[in-house]
Design a protein around this ligand. Structure first.
Ligand code: NAG
Ligand code: NAG
Ligand code: NAG
Ligand code: NAG
Ligand code: NAG
Length: 471
């Protein structure tokens, strides 16, 4: 039941707008409950039950020592389970009527009697209720504590094989009370202990970032305490890309707020703000990833124009006049990080680019000839590919200006046409092929998304999805 929360717990915080907001609703908790129940069942089956020793005074026989040893839960049926959200910070979990079978040994020892038998215990109509506080320690760690735990056993039956009838009668009565008390207290203690272990091992071990590409990691640590309402749990995650080689060089902009709505159809509703994409762009740009160099070998064979000064005879006659029939290379790069902006239904991408042209007079050197500034505006369609979020770009428009020339001033209108073709038939298709592979929507291991629906809001991308846990 706690699995969802546990997997999502990040570390540290500061009060900043999240890049990613996540709303987990009751449908998700019901699903998480199934997994949690399996976990609880396993816990019960492996729960150590300590041996118990005491003495009892019986008429005639006098002072009798008895012991119950090697108790072990053999079967468990948890009954009906319920999970509810209690604003603003609690989870209420309950189950029952549950049943369990326990086996062990019992022995009595006195001056007169010495007996040792196997013992079978059946617990019925057991009810368990827990209140879990999901808190915040102020320094960024999330705390889950068992605020209240109540276990009650309805019926308890003891079967001792063979043995003396009178002893049996006396001791089942004695044992019933002892075992009932022990179990009722012990179970809650065990749950408490399990939760602490979970918190200490699992939570501490959860990394706060994920490796997305060689030059970009995503920081998804929690930036605020989770907010629990009757319908959902809301989590604020940082959602910031950073360079693993330069983790201090971070995107200098903060995210704008994301407001998500209540919905019941999907388990999760995610809001990914423009900030997430913009920080990814910033990091990619900083790492020099947004730069592509082309020479003739990358131009498709069937393409009528070759990348040499001969082809530029008509486009930029000055190049051809000064360097007749020399191979050329073109470097397309981002002058500044691309910027993403979501408007309802559309995502706009502005790429402040540049094109540097070189001549390749011999095998070893690249001589710059001119630099063009190209501002490109594209619209994006966003879709889901498996566990990833992908995109495809459509060119809206671009502006071309001559920023620098080593060969004197020249007209750029013909270059504009060429660039138009290059963008549409080489650069955008290449980019689209990359984007189609996408970036992970979920940073959680072993989780796949289903029935995912994406729509674009002002300032953020909304993703409604079901999740499936693959153990
Ligand atoms: C911690 O994480 C590492 C690597 O992700 C894993 O191998 C290890 O088993 C984890 N430890 C615990 C206690 O979960
Ligand atoms: C992730 O962000 C948090 C909150 O700003 C910060 O404290 C933490 O150091 C960051 N982690 C990494 C790996 O950058
Ligand atoms: C053209 O580009 C390819 C691939 O980047 C490179 O292997 C080749 O050396 C380049 N040719 C020239 C003449 O620069
Ligand atoms: C290649 O051309 C450059 C520029 O014209 C020149 O400086 C260099 O010496 C040439 N290299 C060779 C090996 O010819
Ligand atoms: C190109 O210039 C026009 C006119 O100044 C402007 O409206 C348009 O937004 C510019 N496009 C880009 C991609 O910068």
């Amino acid at each position: 039941m706690l699995w969802f929360l546990v997997m999502l717990l990040g570390v540290r915080t500061e009060s900043v707008n999240p890049g990613i907001k996540m709303k987990i609703n009751l449908k998700a908790l019901d699903y998480g409950k199934q997994i949690g129940m399996e976990l609880l069942k396993t816990t019960l089956l492996h729960m150590p039950i300590p041996d118990y020793q005491d003495s009892y005074s019986i008429p005639v026989a006098g002072h009798v020592e008895y012991a119950v040893t090697g108790l072990k839960v053999t079967t468990v049926n948890l009954g009906k389970t319920l999970v509810a959200l209690v604003p603003n910070s609690r989870l209420k979990l309950s189950m029952g009527p549950a049943e369990a079978q326990v086996t062990g040994h019992w022995s009595v020892n006195s001056f007169l009697i010495k007996e040792s038998e196997t013992l079978k215990l059946s617990v019925e109509n057991m009810m368990l209720a827990m209140l879990v506080e999901v808190g915040w320690d102020g320094t960024g760690h999330l705390i889950m504590s068992l605020e209240d735990c109540n276990c009650q056993i309805g019926d308890l039956n003891i079967l001792i094989s063979e043995g003396s009838r009178w002893l049996y009668n006396i001791f089942t009565r004695v044992l019933k009370n002892v075992i009932r008390q022990e179990l009722e207290v012990k179970l809650c203690e065990e749950i408490q202990k399990e939760m602490r272990t979970l918190q200490q091992t699992l939570l501490k071990n959860i990394s706060e970032s994920i490796h997305i590409s060689p030059f970009a990691d995503l920081n998804y640590s929690l930036v605020a305490a989770p907010l629990i309402s009757e319908q959902s749990i809301e989590l604020d995650l940082k959602g910031e890309f950073f360079s693993p080689s330069e983790p201090t060089k971070i995107f200098p902009v903060t995210s704008s707020p994301i407001s998500l709505w209540e919905q019941k159809k999907h388990m999760l509703l995610l809001g990914l703000s423009d900030f997430v994409a913009n920080s990814a762009a910033f990091v990619s740009w900083g790492a020099g990833a947004l730069s592509w160099t082309f020479n003739d070998s990358q131009i498709p064979k069937k393409f009528p124009l070759r990348l040499n000064t001969e082809s530029f005879k008509g486009l930029v006659p000055e190049v051809w006049k000064q360097f007749p029939d020399v191979p050329m290379a073109l470097k397309l790069f981002a002058r500044l990080p691309p910027s993403f902006q979501t408007h309802p239904e559309t995502l706009h991408l502005l790429l402040p680019g540049a094109l540097q042209a070189f001549i390749l007079p011999n095998g070893t050197s690249r001589v710059p000839v001119f630099l063009l500034h190209i501002d490109i505006k594209v619209s994006a369609q966003i879709f889901v590919v498996g566990k990833n979020i992908g995109a495809s770009l459509i060119l809206d428009n671009f502006n071309l200006t001559l920023a620098h020339s080593d060969i004197g001033p020249f007209q750029i209108d013909k270059l504009e046409n060429l660039l138009n073709i290059a963008l549409k038939s080489v650069i955008l298709p290449r980019t689209n092929r990359k984007l189609k592979e996408g970036y992970p929507l979920t940073m959680l291991p072993k989780i796949s998304l289903q029935n995912t629906v994406i729509n674009i809001q002002k300032g953020f991308l909304a993703v409604a999805t079901d999740v499936q846990y693959e153990s």
